[in-house]
Write a protein that binds this ligand. Structure first.
Ligand code: ATR
Length: 276
């Protein structure tokens, strides 16, 4: 790759951010499509400064990650309707000096699900009530999915259920729900605690579609159990790939090299010993 006076700059801002797979996925996609651009990681708490630099340096696009997804909003010129409803932005597009915020955590999760299941009219149990649950809940509701939330802390689960105008079931009763789709949005099962599972065995039945947003490891204990019971499974790797795919589409307007981006992430995870 040649870096020259025409090279465009993209990046991810977060704290911490050194573990991020976003540089790998986007640099690979730029190279595959012959786009003269580089994507870097900016580890800082100064989100206002980064947004100012995005304008002044003409950085074309930024991924925004923890802890800046909500605090970035006041520094943008425009915000997409869905991102505004969710209250979080993970993607900034610099449209000739106008900074526009989007949420591809939501659209990426939707794409990952739509590869495997027709969503309309389905029942879905969302496990957890944090930022990821809020993003996924909003977009699924818009696509005609009937939602139920369960969460360890009842107050947080009930307030998300109220916001999404859906039902809440207490954590202790989460195995009593028999939905078409289960989406697990907590960190349970993530490296190093890979033996933990957010749902008891009797909560998973043959024919369900089970998605886990954890991507390290790629096959969590929950997904292994679901696979063994004959469920359709969707890994956090798929959701991660599609949030990146949707970012690439917003930034470049070019059809993203999806399979290549997926392969790049799997390779990077395998290299880090998290590909299984
Ligand atoms: P994110 O923005 O990534 O979704 P978050 O906002 O910190 O992360 O939310 C984490 C979610 O995982 C919450 O629903 C949290 O439950 P509480 O509201 O009870 O804190 C859930 N969570 C985290 N660790 C958990 C654990 N060990 N058992 C059950 N739920 C857990």
């Amino acid at each position: 790759m040649i870096i020259d006076q025409h090279t465009s700059l993209y990046g991810v801002v977060g704290y911490p951010v050194r573990h991020s797979l976003s540089p790998a996925i986007h640099n690979a996609a730029f190279a595959a499509k012959g786009i003269n651009a580089v994507y870097l990681a900016f580890e800082t708490m100064d989100i206002e400064g980064v947004m100012r630099a995005t304008r002044s340096l003409g950085i074309k696009g930024m991924s925004v990650t923890i802890p800046h997804k909500s605090s970035v909003i006041p520094f943008l010129d425009k915000i997409d309707r869905l991102a505004e409803e969710i209250g979080a932005v993970n993607t900034v597009v610099n449209q000739d000096g106008c900074l526009v915020g989007y949420n591809t955590d939501a659209t990426g999760a939707l794409k990952a699900l739509e590869q495997k299941i027709d969503l309309k009219g389905r029942d879905c149990l969302i496990v957890g009530a944090g930022g990821a649950a809020r993003a996924i809940g909003h977009i699924l509701k818009e696509h005609g999915v009937r939602l139920t939330i369960t969460n360890r802390t009842p107050f947080k689960g009930e307030s998300l259920a109220e916001r999404l105008d859906c039902s809440f079931i207490p954590w202790e009763e989460r195995d009593g729900c028999k939905p078409d789709i289960v989406i697990q949005t907590t960190p349970i099962g993530m490296t190093p605690k890979i033996d933990e599972c957010p749902l008891p065995g009797n909560a998973i039945k043959r024919g369900m579609t089970v998605m886990d947003i954890v991507y390290n490891p790629a096959r969590t204990r929950l997904l292994k159990m679901a696979r063994a019971k004959g469920c359709t499974t969707i890994s956090g790797v798929s959701m991660f790939v599609y949030q990146g795919v949707e970012q690439f589409r917003l930034w470049t307007g070019i059809e993203p090299p999806v399979r290549f981006m997926e392969k790049t992430v799997k390779k990077a995870l395998a290299k880090a010993g998290m590909g299984r």
